[in-house]
Design a protein around this ligand. Structure first.
Ligand SMILES: [Zn+2]
Ligand SMILES: [Zn+2]
Length: 247
């Protein structure tokens, strides 16, 4: 499977080590036609952007850089954090509307937007490491929150489902399929994604393969995701950023 786009990369606006331009150069050298800069939302403790307005600065920088690189189209995106059980994310709609690519995902260390979120979004996932019943509870909470997010917002991609924070994959995949949201196969985080591919594929959802690059060197490093999808018989037609064979 070959890819024309990497829609999930981080820059120095959050915890990426490369500048936007360094990520662009890396993507160009990989032969990509599209790249998105998707820095972490402001609620991600210690790594998020300074504030929602940072995305306007990023967009402005991209607008200036785009004409300098003929072979690639650079998109402004965000990887928002889910900060409450009702699926609230850490970006206002006025900012989301400015984005080309909107990714939402669960992260273990976020500032919750509501008091009861401290336990149901953050605490339960910590307890899940030590207790089976907490793990089940976390799975229910995480799945519900993700589904709410997908239903409430125009989410293009759910990032790294089931990474450290358990989710009910078929349930999430069905919600994503209905909302036209892609499930991400994340090549930057090395965790077992076999169950994710196997169980999501049956729900008719589309996939996207992303590097989640935090260094320019790994921008566009998507091969492992393609191999995994092929292993489970997912065709390129179901992978949004895969090159489609011309007949
Ligand atoms: Zn992430
Ligand atoms: Zn990321």
């Amino acid at each position: 499977m070959e890819f024309f786009a990497d829609w999930h990369t981080h820059s120095t606006y959050s915890d990426g080590r490369g500048t936007i331009e360094e990520n662009i150069r890396a993507a160009v050298s990989r032969g990509l036609e599209e790249l998105a800069i998707t820095d972490h939302g402001p609620a991600n403790i210690g790594v998020g952007v300074r504030g929602p307005e940072s995305y306007l600065q990023i967009k402005d920088e991209i607008r200036k850089l785009n004409p300098q690189y003929d072979s690639i189209s650079v998109k402004t995106g965000a990887e928002a954090d889910i900060t409450a059980p009702d699926g609230t994310v850490d970006l206002p709609r006025s900012i989301i509307n400015e984005l080309d690519i909107f990714i939402a995902g669960l992260h273990p260390y976020v500032w919750p937007s509501v008091i009861n979120g401290v336990w149901s979004v953050v605490g339960i996932n910590q307890a899940a490491r030590f207790s089976r019943s907490a793990r089940e509870k976390a799975r229910v909470n995480n799945t519900k929150a993700l589904k709410e997010t997908v239903n409430r917002y125009n989410v293009d991609i759910v990032s790294h489902p089931d990474l450290r924070m358990p989710v009910d994959i078929p349930e999430l995949a069905a919600a994503c399929a209905a909302a036209d949201t892609a499930i991400e196969i994340n090549t930057g985080h090395h965790y077992d994604k076999s169950e994710l591919v196997k169980n999501a594929a049956g729900e008719g959802v589309n996939f996207v393969v992303s590097s989640d690059a935090h260094f320019p060197a790994t921008v566009g490093e998507l091969e492992a995701g393609g191999l995994l999808l092929e292993k489970f018989g997912v065709p390129a037609e179901r992978v949004v950023n895969a090159r489609k064979s011309r007949s």
